[in-house]
Design a binder for this molecule. Structure first.
Ligand code: EPS
Length: 423
């Protein structure tokens, strides 16, 4: 083979090897720079503090610390809570990313200290060898090869939701700039269910009723029945679960994506909800009922009302909202509607059967201070983790380093979308 030809063949092989790697490398770079919003938390239930680290919040977002602390206070409340909330006063501290009440575009570090900080005191945090059915105890102890469930339960504890609420409430500060609002409440506890429907017209009145309810349910009759159910469980040294519900208003059409399974907003919302401690199920819109009805009874027919052209729905109206505001993983201009099912707390005053991990002998499950029901707190957590996912999808759609840039992208999009079909 002539030298030139060899050169061509070897450069061809090199190109074949190098070109795909370049494509992969540029994809990796692209995904790592793609504007998105994300957060992580750290902290144990009885450690010194809980922290969250957020990335991707645009520059210039006014931070409403009062709103965040109000959400933290609501999370601490509710009917059926245990002794821990009498010890703590959860107030957020910002350690980075905020200057003079506004975000500055850099990573945001936030912290909520634990007053009940006793993790390094072996007498105050004794080992737990008898795993509680339903808790992370057994699986975690085996996973980390220990017979002591203490460290597992410290991280698995719902105390961690404190900083998830703080992160979500910060996301709400961004959503507020785009007129997006979220209303969450308790729909049921045990067999007691609130009988009311939520609409864009009545939710503010319901919010007042919710805030007057100890269970965070805007139906006074249901509130009383829910408290009765929790009282019975308390007497029986048992616990209660329930269903939380969230409605999100004001999302423009086209947030989320049908392109990838993990870009779908319904998939992210479902993951965020089931990612809350003790949540076992999630429904969007009509939920599981879609499976037993024909298509004609499920899908929401599309109409157009020019009077609503300047709203986020762009005038595309529906008589029903069985889809819960999401079609193809994207917002369709209707309110997003989500339900989440929480199982009863797994620490029972009258312990269930378990085994001692040291001996594998039959034993009663261990007991830790806990709640009879944390459903009201869970509704606040659900509201805020969903707020975070909606804000994330919003940042991805209207990507901008600053709120000013994001807002201009948003307005440009709404204008173009509003003109669709008009020459
Ligand atoms: C919770 C804090 C915990 C529990 C509960 C919720 O505090 P402590 O364990 O110190 O009493 O009250 O956590 C659990 C239900 C759980 O399984 O860990 C909170 O702040 O929400």
């Amino acid at each position: 083979m002539p030298k030139d030809a060899r050169l061509i063949v070897s450069s061809g092989i090199a190109a074949l090897v190098i070109a795909p790697s370049l494509v992969i490398a540029s994809l990796v770079i692209y995904t790592s720079v793609m504007a998105t919003l994300m957060y992580r938390t750290a902290g144990e239930s009885h450690g010194p503090a809980l922290i969250a680290l957020l990335e991707g919040m645009p520059h210039g977002v006014p931070v409403d610390a009062e709103l965040i602390n109000r959400e933290l206070l609501r999370r601490q409340g509710g009917y059926g809570r245990g002794g821990r909330q009498k010890i703590e006063t959860d107030i957020v501290q910002f350690l980075a990313g905020i200057r003079m009440g506004k975000t500055i575009g850099s990573p945001i570090a936030l912290m909520v200290p634990n007053k009940d900080n006793r993790l390094d005191d072996p007498a105050a945090t004794p080992p737990l060898h008898r795993p509680r059915p339903g808790h992370a105890d057994l699986a975690g102890a085996v996973k980390w090869l220990t017979t002591d469930c203490r460290e597992v339960l410290e991280r698995a504890s719902a105390r961690e939701t404190t900083v998830r609420v703080a992160a979500g409430a910060l996301a709400k500060c961004l959503l507020k700039q785009f007129g997006i609002e979220i209303f969450g409440f308790v729909r049921s506890v045990g067999d007691a269910t609130g009988k009311f429907s939520v609409t864009p017209a009545n939710w503010r009145e319901l919010l007042v009723l919710r805030d007057a309810s100890e269970v965070y349910c805007p139906d006074p009759a249901a509130d009383a029945a829910m408290k009765d159910f929790i009282n019975v469980q308390k007497q029986n040294k048992d616990t209660a679960g329930g269903i939380c519900e969230c409605h999100i208003f004001g999302c423009p059409i086209g947030i989320g994506s049908c392109l990838t399974w993990d870009g779908r907003l319904d998939s992210r919302i479902a993951a965020a909800v089931v990612g809350i401690q003790a949540f076992k199920g999630v429904e969007i819109g009509m939920g599981f009922d879609v499976a037993r009805l024909p298509g004609s009874k499920v899908h929401d027919e599309i109409g157009f009302d020019p009077a609503q052209k300047n709203t986020p729905s762009l005038g595309f109206v529906r008589k029903t909202n069985n889809a819960g505001g999401l079609e193809g993983g994207m917002t369709n201009g209707q309110p997003i509607v989500v339900k989440g099912a929480m199982k009863p707390i797994s620490t029972l005053g009258k312990p269930l059967a378990s085994v001692d991990l040291r001996t594998k002998e039959k034993s009663e499950a261990g007991w830790e201070r806990s709640d009879i029901s944390a459903i009201s707190a869970a509704s606040v957590v659900m509201e805020n983790v969903i707020a975070f996912e909606v804000a994330r999808a919003l940042v991805e759609k209207f990507a901008g380093d600053s709120l000013t840039e994001m807002r201009s992208n948003y307005e440009h999009y709404l204008k173009a979308a509003g003109n669709l079909g008009e020459s």
